[in-house]
Design a protein around this ligand. Structure first.
Ligand SMILES: [Zn+2]
Length: 161
């Protein structure tokens, strides 16, 4: 659901980022972004059996219940995997390469992995952490960045910068 954060971030940046692809929340995923806008990382969970699930969807894959709630997470996790995209990239992305896309395993829900970007601060540029600093297993914590498109996305910071 979450895509690499499309903006350069920061009020002193280049303004609305042309050519980037913003996340497009659907009905099931909209609460994720609503909570993020409040600075909360929440994961949809089954109200029947308690299992968290991602991406958000109407039915529990474990017990088939349609009842769900949104559990608040601590925001802590570990880098489970990552990529450093290489050309050919869309022009807007090429301008920020090399940047990273990380897959973060949540400490509170180890089977849930979220896609995002590892950055130096919530509003820093996509390429603000050098790729050679990224290691699988490194502890990270969630940060919240309001994009130029108006959505707040979850990004990731090193727990020990
Ligand atoms: Zn269930």
């Amino acid at each position: 659901m979450t895509q690499p954060d499309p903006t350069t971030g920061g009020s002193g940046g280049s303004g609305r980022a042309e050519g980037f692809l913003p996340p497009v929340p659907d009905e099931d995923g909209a609460p994720f972004f609503d909570y993020a806008a409040r600075g909360e990382l929440r994961v949809q969970s089954c109200a029947g059996c308690g299992e968290p699930r991602f991406p958000p969807r109407p039915c529990c894959p474990h017990c088939q219940s349609f009842d769900s709630l949104w559990k608040k997470m601590s925001g802590r996790g570990r880098i489970w995997s990552y990529v450093v995209p290489h050309p050919p990239l869309l022009p807007a992305y090429a301008a920020q390469a090399p940047y990273n896309v990380v897959l973060v395993e949540l400490a509170d829900a180890p089977r849930i992995r979220l896609v995002g970007n590892l950055v130096a601060s919530a509003d820093a540029a996509l390429n603000s952490v050098a790729p050679e600093r990224i290691r699988i297993g490194t502890p990270v914590k969630a940060a919240f960045h309001r994009t130029d498109h108006g959505l707040t996305v979850v990004r990731w910071l090193l727990e020990r910068p």
